[in-house]
Structures are given as structure tokens and as C-alpha cells.
Design a protein around this ligand. Sequence first.
Ligand code: ADP
Length: 445
Amino acid sequence: RGPRDIRGDTNGNSKPEKTEDAIVDMAEQSLLNKLIRKSLVRNRNQVEVLQQDPTSPLYSVKTFEELRLKPELLKGVYNLGFNRPSRIQENALPMMLAQPTQNLIAQAQSGTGKTAAFSLAMLSHVNPGNKWTQCLCVSPTYELALQIGQVIEQMGEFCPDVKLAYGIRGNRPERGVKLQEQIVIGTPGTVLDWCTKYKLIDPKKITMFVLDEADVMIATQGHRDQSLRIHRQLTKDCQMLLFSATFEDSVWRFAEQVVPDPNIIRLKREEETLDTIKQFYVICREKEDKFTSLCNLYGCLTVAQAMIFCHTRKMAAWLVSNLIAEGHQVSLLSGQLTVEQRAAVIERFRKGQEKVLVTTNVCSRGIDVEQVSLVVNFDLPVDMAGNADNETYLHRIGRTGRFGRRGFAVNMVDSKHSMDIINQIEMHFNRSITKLDTSNLEEME
Ligand code: ADP
């Protein structure tokens, strides 16, 4: 088996270039995921492991004790409420802690325990007696770097001699005086300056380099180049660890540049299916008519919880103000909100404080709200060319796992074109979408 075997799920198709907006969105999305995620995502797939040396035994651990961590570090791990290693941690941790050191490329969706894994590896790796920087971790944005730092600080709570510095904009330690912090976490630009221009870090003394969110990183040319420039300063004995939520070919090519002789760990995300979803469409004339249909559905919407998708911010705002005017309680997840505000809206919805959430596509990606039993496509998902966006459709209404909850999807059809889209979606998934009469809702029962 060559390394390629566990790589792409891309079938060789490369995705179109990402726009600048989409890039900002990737980093924001990732931050949002971190803010709203309080626990591991469920993923019952097998972890795929490809060892650099296939003859060496494959270690995996079921407990943190087996890792023989310093007691104060183990205490930090338990203090975070972690009982046992996550799926990828079972394999990744022994590899990252092995002697002699091994390099690692790991890919798994967000929420699978990657950050916790490399935070643990860094804390375990450093020698607290040595007052210089030994671990360097780069992350695509200021906010993401802070998030990682928080994890390290919490996990290292009982390791008072291990210190952490943030290589992020606004932080300007004295030029030419070497940092004493054993771990530096930051964004590529500042970290590069700290290594080269300001000489705060001696890159030759770095023995562990972590590159997080490689997919987000390389989406920005500048970040990609800066990461490579930092990497070039390091010695070849430095342990290299690279993490990514997705793995398109471009990420692989980058990973191969940064991580020589890697072990590779990969956990595929669980497939989403429409098997447990009943799909309907409603014929409407224009948006006011869609609105009326939605109001007729409202009783059904609030039985459990519902998400309503609109194509534009403007439409979402229009819909929300009209629903509120009708006396309905709804909340709006909009791209105009800051990431923190979005996280708060999602949190309230999760707790059931709001039953109905109106949103656009951009905001909703990556949100998996278990209790949503009804999804309304107020506008159908279309791609740039106006064709059915099957992937987004599946993502909005699909469920993971064979025993995923049952759900309903209602699609608003307001033109011949949108009826065509429904037909395209039906054909694509080979599942029928049934006509629904919202003035007579017996079919929904
Ligand atoms: P990723 O970096 O893959 O997005 P994180 O490391 O941020 O994943 O972990 C996702 C969530 O799961 C976080 O809230 C984290 O505290 C928690 N978590 C991580 N590892 C464990 C574990 N072994 N046991 C319980 N919770 C964990």
C-alpha cells in the first residue's frame, strides 16, 4: 500500500480556486466550531494509519496512563474532563511521544481531538529546565492561536514551569533578547519575524514544530509562504507535526514539503445520508406566498426545532422581521454577526431557548444541531451557475449514521427553475421528494 491509498477522497477532481471571502470564511468557520464545540464529535469510522516504517509495531493506547506522562500533566488532562483518548488520539499520541521522534500528518474533521493531542504532545515534549523555546506551533489566525493557547494553558495548569508565549500581532517582546518560554504559539507572519528579524527564537533549538489547520493555512498564499520560510530555518532533526480537517491534493502536496518521512493518520468523516429524512416540496408563487406557506407550517416547526435556509442575508432578514411581526419567536444567524455573536446564537438555539433558526448557507456550514427535526429550504441551494448544489443540500438536511434521527425537509418551489432543481436533486440522490399542500398538512404527521 502506497501512502496515496489513504489520501484523497477527491477522485482526482480538484476544486475551483477559493475566493478571498471563502478563505476568511474557512478560518472563521473553524473558530466558530471551536467556540461552539464542547465535546468530541461522534465518528464511528475506523482510523486509518499508515506508518513510515510498516515493520515497526503499531502502538495504540486506550488510556492516558499508558502514555506514561508526567503526573502533573496527567492531572491536567483529567482536570479537563478527558477520561480516555479520542479515536485519533489513541494512535496519534503514542506516535507523537515515541523516541526516537517520528513525524506525523493527521487528518480528521474538526472536533476529533487534534488540538488536545498536539497540546499534550508539546507539554510532554518540553524540558521545563531549559529556558528557551523548544516547541513552535503555527496557526492561521490570531483567534485560532488564542484558542490553542487556552487548551495548552488549561492542560498545563499543573506544570507551572512550562511557559507559553503568543507570537501574534500586538505582542512585541524586546528585540534580540531570547524568549524563555518553552512553547510559542502564533501566526506565521509574527512567528517568522520572531525567528528571523527580531531573533527572539533560535530556530535551530526548536525540536517540535506543529502546523495546525494546514488546509486553512495554505488557502492564503502569504501564510503558506511564511510557514515554509519558518520551516526552512528548522533543523532536520526537528519533529514535524501537521494537522488538517480536510485533505485535498493541494494540502497533501504542502504536507509532503513540510513533513519528511511521515506517519499518516486519517479519520474519514461519517457519511451523511438522506435515508431517514422525509422530503417534501411546496409550490408557491413568490416570497410572500412562501412566507404564508411557512406560517402554515409553523406549528410543525416548533414541535421540535427547525432551521430555515435562505439564499441571501437580505432574504433572511426580511423573513425574520416578517415572522416576528406575525408574533413568532425566531432567531437569525447572520454573516453580519461576529463569530462570537454567532456562537452565542447557536448556543441559545442548542439549549432550546429559540425553536426556529433562520440562516444563510455561509453561516450554517459545520453546524450539527442534533435536535433539529425539520429543515426548510426557503431558497433552494444552488451553485454559481444556478444548478442544484447537491452537496449543500445533503449537508443541510442529511444525518450521519444508520441510526440518525428521523427528520423532515421542506423545499419551497417558486418557479419552473426551482422545480427543475428539485428534480435534479431527486435524480442525484435517487430519493423522491413529495409534493406537500401546506393548507392540508396531514402528510407531515
Ligand atoms: P479538533 O482540534 O480536532 O477540532 P479538539 O482537540 O478541539 O478537536 O477537541 C474537540 C472537543 O473535544 C474539545 O472541546 C475538547 O476539549 C474535547 N476533547 C478532546 N479530546 C478529548 C478526550 N480525549 N476526551 C474528552 N473530550 C475531549
